[in-house]
Design a protein around this ligand. Structure first.
Ligand code: NAI
Length: 349
């Protein structure tokens, strides 16, 4: 029995994870070896407005007894984004040492891509998830004066870089044996050369992987022009964040892309989510694309050791989209409910 903590969050978050939970329940009904138990937690911006916190003080303790966390999205216009992010998502990622942010990218059948007619991408972006540029070390001086200064430090540790780079080499070895490290050592002259050095050092343990470093700006352009050239890409927290968003866009729409926040040691639960945000512009209208959340649910099943069920879920989603049941962001006219029902039907019958 796998116990899953469900945090819908804000905006379309609860709509899309609601869809994902129904799909997971259908997958479990179709497969007696798959036993899942869900517990929902109403945390997010509404919780913040009522209680002054995005989630209770003992939230991590509560979550630590679960096998995985399934999250929708957090953020709402009435709460500053840095408050919502630092109050929920980042404490979970850091508190549970989920140092790998994994974003698989593949063009699903039935999804149009700006790259139509060219070789299609099938790649993994591995983003460092606990340190780097997203640190809260820094501050502002002389606020409100013409001399105002803002300083923010990037924090790169040998342990942090080694472990993410090693994880990426391992994934590349299992796939097509090609690894690209995203760097920016031409402009960022201390931390990036440090990253590059460790990338090369760890590479000595993986002679079978063809590894190279590429400046993130050139890499971004190449991803748009020729994404099929890549297999695994590894980057720091900021560079990995931007590059994975580009790859998501190249694959059709932000609403279909999933991500996993992993503690590969298994000591803490890992977290699975669609990459999109709470989409206030379409929240409550029943048109949110549940594909990213359903693909994230498939990643979660895979992580929990149910690889076959994971493939079935992704297959059912892909057949649904290829069959023309698509939300408006993909050029269709189906709602969240219709897409969800179609995926559930394919799993059950
Ligand atoms: P967003 O991803 O919420 O929306 C960007 C655009 O994509 C919007 O036009 C939206 O309608 C569309 N979109 C997103 N997901 C969709 C889906 N599943 N189906 C159809 N259309 C979809 O990004 P935005 O507007 O920058 O952020 C809104 C809020 O979400 C902010 O508060 C932000 O901080 C938060 N956010 C949270 C994330 C998380 O929880 N991991 C990630 C990104 C943003």
């Amino acid at each position: 029995m796998a116990r899953i903590a469900v945090i819908g969050g804000d905006g379309i978050g609860p709509e899309v994870v609601g869809a994902g939970v129904r799909v997971l329940e259908a997958a479990a009904r179709a497969d007696s070896s798959l036993e899942l138990e869900f517990e929902r937690f109403p945390w997010g911006c509404e919780h913040y407005l009522k209680h002054g916190r995005m989630m209770p003080e003992d939230a991590l303790e509560t979550l630590s007894s679960f096998d995985a966390i399934y999250l929708g999205a957090v953020g709402w216009p009435s709460v500053p984004d840095h408050v919502s992010l630092w109050g929920l998502l980042l404490p979970i990622r850091r508190g549970f040492d989920q140092y790998v942010n994994l974003r698989p990218v593949r063009l699903l059948r039935g999804v149009g891509s700006p790259l139509a007619g060219r070789a299609q991408p099938d790649l993994l972006v591995v983003r460092e998830n606990t340190e780097g540029e997203y640190s809260d070390a820094g501050g502002r001086l002389h606020r409100g004066t013409p001399h105002e200064i803002a300083v923010q430090e990037s924090v790169f540790t040998r342990r942090g870089v080694e472990r993410i780079v090693r994880y990426a080499y391992e994934r590349a070895r299992e796939r097509r044996g090609l690894l690209t490290g995203a760097t920016k050592s031409n402009g960022i002259s201390v931390t990036m050369p440090f990253f590059d050095e460790i990338f090369r050092e760890v590479g000595e343990e993986f002679p079978e992987v063809e590894a190279s470093l590429m400046h993130a700006d050139a890499l971004a352009a190449r991803l748009v022009l020729d994404p099929a050239a890549f297999d695994v890409i590894v980057g720091s927290n900021l560079l990995g964040d931007i590059l994975s968003e580009i790859t998501a866009a190249v694959c059709g729409a932000i609403g279909i892309a999933p991500s996993a926040n992993l503690d590969p040691t298994g000591e803490h639960p890992s977290l699975f989510e669609p990459i999109h945000g709470s989409a206030p512009d379409i929240a409550g209208r029943g048109v949110a694309n549940p594909a990213g959340a359903i693909w994230a649910a498939s990643l979660m099943l895979d992580h929990l050791g149910h690889g076959e069920a994971a493939s079935r879920v992704l297959g059912a989603l892909e057949e649904t989209l290829a069959g023309g049941v698509r939300t408006p962001d993909l050029g269709g006219d189906a709602g969240t409910e219709e897409v969800t029902r179609a995926v559930v039907r394919r799993l059950l019958f």
